[in-house]
Design a protein around this ligand. Structure first.
Ligand code: PLP
Ligand code: SF4
Length: 366
């Protein structure tokens, strides 16, 4: 922990994250120059770039965390196109969460009564090959603030909406100035209590967390940041510093992780990830079973194994570090938590419950 605190100072200029975006790898040629690609990766990249759709983009920062000598590097497999995306996927759906059917206004998804999802940009600093919104992410045009007015008007007319989740793409792809104007505009709506910013920037370009950004967030509290880390190696000193800057400034950070086959579907790996986040005062919030976006069959962990992992972590990992495994039900029916049932037997009088060690005991129903 002391080492983590010492590594706190990071470069604090807007140019640093802009530099990451400007110098991101976006072509097969650039990628080949940085990583020795297998023939399958080369072929998959060429084919996917030709087909359009989710672009290839990887920041120099994220690339630097990839072990170039390991073809199965868990970070590499998240961002480098591969044969995984070509695994036949009969369950794949263009819009797995039915977001288009629940669109209350352009760029606004209203699924639950009290909260809405506002898609403010289609851009990310790098693109995850398993992205649930691969139908639109990175394919522009990014809405201008004026084009979000209809969505904001809808929020203003619906007093039951207490929370606005600013997402995309990546909410922190907006400049400080644009983010400030957007958050100020949301804050004009008196019944909106909570703003949530969804971002994977802390992994892709952690230098995004500048003093300027902290000032913008502080001006519009309560603002929660929803980060996205999938593997402990994404939390290098820069990313740790970025999380600590937020939590140290009093910004609550919640983390979501996508469960990914061959990448993090392993108890030891997830334990390390969740413990590291907890030490940085970021709370593991959701562990997502992969959504059914097209071409994600190769990334999906069998549900039975996902439940086993959660069963094995429960009780062994502090409740502070234990996220909820959720499935976002296809078609937009919302997220449901999934866990192995602790009920091993049931009668009129009571239930038999199994604890984390495997031992059971009865508890009365009334
Ligand atoms: C995930 C999601 C939310 C937020 O759900 P929480 O359980 O509150 O994190 C809200 N709206 C939509 C459309 C979502 O997909
Ligand atoms: S950061 Fe999020 S929105 Fe962007 S590509 Fe990855 S999963 Fe999709």
């Amino acid at each position: 922990m002391r080492a983590e605190r010492r590594s706190l100072p990071i470069a604090d200029a807007d140019e640093d994250w802009r530099w990451q975006l400007k110098n991101a790898v976006r072509t097969l040629e650039d990628l080949k120059a940085r990583l020795a690609l297998s023939p399958a990766e080369r072929e998959a990249t060429r084919r996917l770039l030709e087909a359009g759709g989710l672009p290839l983009t990887i920041t120099p920062h994220f690339l630097s965390l990839i072990d170039p000598s390991d073809p199965d590097d868990p970070l590499r497999r998240q961002v480098v196109p591969s044969e995984l995306e070509g695994v036949p996927d009969p369950w794949g759906r263009r819009d797995p969460l039915g977001e288009e059917d629940h669109e209350a206004a352009p760029n606004l998804v209203h699924r639950y009564p009290d909260r809405v999802l506002l898609l403010v940009t289609d851009r990310c600093a790098s693109y995850c090959r398993f992205c649930t919104r691969k139908r639109l992410v990175g394919q522009g045009p990014t809405p201008r603030l004026a084009e979000l007015e209809e969505a904001l008007g809808y929020v203003a007319r619906h007093e039951e909406i207490k929370e606005v989740i600013v997402s995309g793409g990546d909410a922190l792809m907006l400049s400080d100035e644009k983010l400030d104007r957007l958050l100020a505009r949301i804050r004009e709506i008196p019944h909106v209590e909570i703003i949530r910013l969804a971002t994977r920037m802390l992994a892709f370009a952690p230098m995004r967390v500048t003093e300027g950004l902290l000032d913008v967030i502080a001006a519009h509290h309560p603002v929660y940041v929803l980060s996205h880390f999938n593997h402990p190696r994404e939390l290098d000193d820069n990313a740790k510093a970025a999380v600590l800057r937020l939590t140290g400034a009093g910004v609550p950070v919640l983390n979501q992780t996508v469960l990914l086959k061959g990448i993090n579907d392993d108890e030891a790996c997830l334990t390390e990830l969740f413990r590291t986040l907890t030490r940085l005062r970021a709370r593991p919030y959701y562990l997502h079973q992969c959504d059914l976006a097209p071409g994600t069959a190769g990334f999906r962990v069998p549900l039975e194994r996902a439940m086993e992992i959660v069963g094995n972590l429960r009780g062994r990992l502090s409740g502070l570090s234990m996220p909820q495994l959720v499935i976002d039900i296809p078609g937009g029916l919302g997220k449901v938590p999934m866990f192995p049932s602790p009920v091993t037997r049931e009668d009129d009088e009571g239930v038999e419950l199994r604890g984390f060690s495997g031992r059971t005991a009865r508890y009365p129903k009334r």
